[in-house]
Write a protein that binds this ligand. Structure first.
Ligand SMILES: Cc1cc2nc3c(=O)[nH]c(=O)nc-3n(C[C@H](O)[C@H](O)[C@H](O)COP(=O)(O)OP(=O)(O)OC[C@H]3O[C@@H](n4cnc5c(N)ncnc54)[C@H](O)[C@@H]3O)c2cc1C
Length: 444
C-alpha cells in the first residue's frame, strides 16, 4: 500500500542567510523514470550519502530529492557546531570503548567534511576553534565537573576556565565557568550544506524542488510519486532507497511510534557595527554549548553576529506555532541582553524553529529498516557529524563495503524504544519538556 507523507511545512526557515538565497540548487535537470538509488532528504545525511555513492558506486545512477531547497531543513537551521566528542546522553554511558567509537566517527566526519570544504572551495566560515561547555550556576558547574570526569575517562585534553577566563573570551561575566575542548569546528551550516549540494558527484541528480507525495514498495523495488515546483508530477522507481528524512521518516511508514519529532529554536542578530564592536570586550568566533542539556547554546560568529538557541517542544506537525515563535524571540532577546547588556540595542534579525527526531531511550538508529530501505535518525539533536557519518556508512552498508567505521556505527546505534499512543504521548512529552525547562532555568 502506498503511503502519502505529510510534507515539511513552508514555515519560517533559517536566519543564517537572507531568505531570498534559499532557492532550489537544481530545479531543472530532467527526472528519469528509474534509478538505482533514490535518496529522500537533502540535509547532511542525504548529501553525505550522495557523496559516498560517487566514490563506491560511480556506475550507479542516483536521484536525490528534497521537498524544499537544500538548507531549508534542520541541516541549514542548526547552530553550526561540528562536534567531535560524545555529547549529551552519550556521555553518561559507562562503556569507554563506546565513547571512543563515537569520537572516532565524529572526528572522521569532521576530517571528511574538511576535505570536501577544501576540495570544492566551500565558503562556510570553517572555523577549527574548538568549543566551550559552559555553566551559569551550581547545577551547571556540577554537570561541568561530570563532563570533565568523562573526558578524563576517555583521555581527552581540556582546559577549565573560571569566570574571568570566560569573560576574556566571551565578553560576558554571565558564566561561572566553562570547559574548553579543542576538537569541534564551527561553521555556517547553511553555506556548508548548500556548498555540498552544488558539488555532488556526476552519478547523482539533485532535485531540491521535488516532494515525495506517495511512496510504495513494488516489484522488488520502490516507486515514488514526486511533485515538482510548478505542480508537475513524475513517478520514479529505484532498487534501493535511503530515507535521509530524520523526523519525517515516520511519514514513510517506518519507525512510526518510535520517533519523537522535537522542535528547538534559534535566533541570530545582524553583525555588530564598528561602534558596537568597540563596546564588546570579548573575542570573535567562539561557540558555547550548555553543560546542562536543557540550557542555552551561544555563538559569536566570525562576522560579529550573536546566535542563541534554547527551548524544546513536541512538534507532531513539524512546525513552530506563530505565538510560540514570538514568545521565544522575546525570551532570546532577554537571554542576550542579560549576557551582553552593553549590546542591548543590537536587534535580533531572525528567530526560527527546527525539527529533529529524538528517541525515548536516547538510541540513535542506523541500518536497513526493511529490505532495500536504509535510514539513520534520532541523532538526539547532535546530528551534523553523526548525520555525515551515517549517510556515508548507509551506502557502505548497502553495497557491502565493510570497514572499522561501519562496525563502529553499528556498535553504537540501537533501536529507539516505542512511544506511548496519543493523548498520553503529547501530554507526557509536553509535561516532561516543561519539567526539564524548569529544572534547567538557572542555566538558560
Ligand atoms: C536550532 C537547531 C540547532 C541545532 N544545532 C546543532 C548543532 O550545533 N550541531 C549538531 O550537530 N546538530 C545540531 N542540530 C541538529 C541537526 O541540525 C540535525 O540533527 C541534522 O541536521 C539532521 O540532518 P538530516 O540530514 O538527517 O535531516 P534534515 O536536515 O532534517 O533533512 C531531512 C530532509 O528531508 C526532507 N524531506 C522530508 N520529507 C520529505 C518528502 N516527503 N519529500 C522530499 N523531501 C522530504 C526535508 O525537507 C529535509 O530537508 C540542531 C538542530 C536545530 C533545529
Amino acid at each position: 500500500m502506498a503511503c502519502k507523507p505529510t510534507l515539511p511545512p513552508l514555515d519560517r526557515p533559517t536566519g543564517w542567510r537572507p531568505m531570498d538565497e534559499l532557492v532550489p540548487v537544481d530545479e531543472s535537470t530532467p527526472v528519469d523514470a528509474s534509478y538505482d538509488w533514490l535518496i529522500v532528504g537533502g540535509g547532511i545525511t542525504g548529501l553525505s550519502a550522495a557523496m559516498r555513492l560517487g566514490e563506491v558506486a560511480p556506475q550507479d545512477r542516483a536521484l536525490l530529492v528534497d521537498a524544499r531547497p537544500v538548507g531549508w531543513g534542520a541541516s541549514g537551521r542548526n547552530s553550526g557546531f561540528l562536534l567531535d566528542l560524545p555529547h549529551k546522553f552519550d556521555l553518561d554511558h559507562p562503556d569507554t570503548a563506546r565513547l571512543d567509537r563515537i569520537m572516532k566517527l565524529n572526528r572522521g566526519a569532521i576530517d571528511r567534511l574538511h576535505e570536501q570544504v577544501d576540495r570544492f572551495a566551500i565558503e562556510c566560515d570553517w572555523s577549527p576553534v574548538g568549543k566551550l561547555q559552559g555553566a551559569v550556576k551550581k547545577r551547571g558547574t556540577g554537570m561541568m565537573a561530570r563532563f570533565c570526569e568523562a573526558l578524563d575517562k576517555i583521555g581527552q585534553t581540556y582546559e577549565v576556565l573560571d569566570r574571568q577566563g570566560c569573560t576574556e573570551i566571551m565578553g560576558t561575566g554571565y558564566y561561572a565557568g566553562a570547559v574548553f575542548t579543542p576538537g569541534s569546528v564551527l561553521v555556517d551550516p547553511l553555506l556548508l550544506v548548500r556548498g555540498l549540494a552544488r558539488n555532488l558527484p556526476g552519478n547523482v541528480t539533485l532535485r531540491d524542488d521535488a516532494a515525495v507525495v506517495e511512496f510504495a514498495a513494488r516489484d522488488g523495488g520502490f516507486t515514488a510519486k514526486l511533485r515538482l515546483s510548478g505542480g508537475d508530477t513524475r513517478v520514479v522507481s529505484a532498487r534501493r532507497v535511503i530515507l535521509a528524512t530524520d523526523p519525517y521518516t515516520r511519514e514513510f511508514g517506518y519507525m512510526k511510534n518510535r520517533i519523537l519529532p522535537t522542535i528547538t529554536y534559534a535566533s541570530i542578530t545582524r553583525p555588530m557595527t564598528r561602534e558596537e564592536r568597540s563596546r564588546y570586550k570579548g573575542r570573535m568566533n567562539w561557540g558555547l554549548t550548555p553543560a546542562d542539556a536543557g540550557g542555552t547554546t551561544l555563538r559569536m560568529t566570525a562576522d560579529g553576529r550573536l546566535l542563541i538557541r534554547n527551548h524544546y517542544g513536541h512538534a507532531p506537525r513539524y512546525r513552530a506555532d506563530g505565538a510560540v515563535l514570538a514568545r521565544v524571540a522575546e525570551a532570546h532577546k532577554q537571554g542576550l541582553d542579560k549576557r551582553f547588556p552593553r549590546l542591548s540595542d543590537m536587534p535580533i534579525t531572525s528567530t526560527w524553529g527546527g525539527v529533529v527526531s529524538l528517541s525515548r531511550n536516547h538510541a540513535t538508529y542506523f541500518g536497513e529498516m526493511a529490505p532495500g530501505v536504509f535510514s539513520a535518525n534520532c541523532y538526539n539533536g547532535v546530528g551534523m557529524t553523526r548525520g555525515a557519518s551515517s549517510g556515508r556508512l548507509l551506502v557502505d552498508l548497502a553495497v557491502g563495503h565493510r570497514s572499522q567505521a561501519l562496525d563502529d556505527i553499528i556498535a553504537v546505534s540501537g533501536k529507539p524504544s516505542t512511544l506511548p499512543p496519543d493523548p498520553f504521548l503529547s501530554v507526557g512529552v509536553s509535561g516532561r519538556m516543561k519539567l526539564v525547562e524548569w529544572e534547567s532555568r538557572s542555566e538558560m
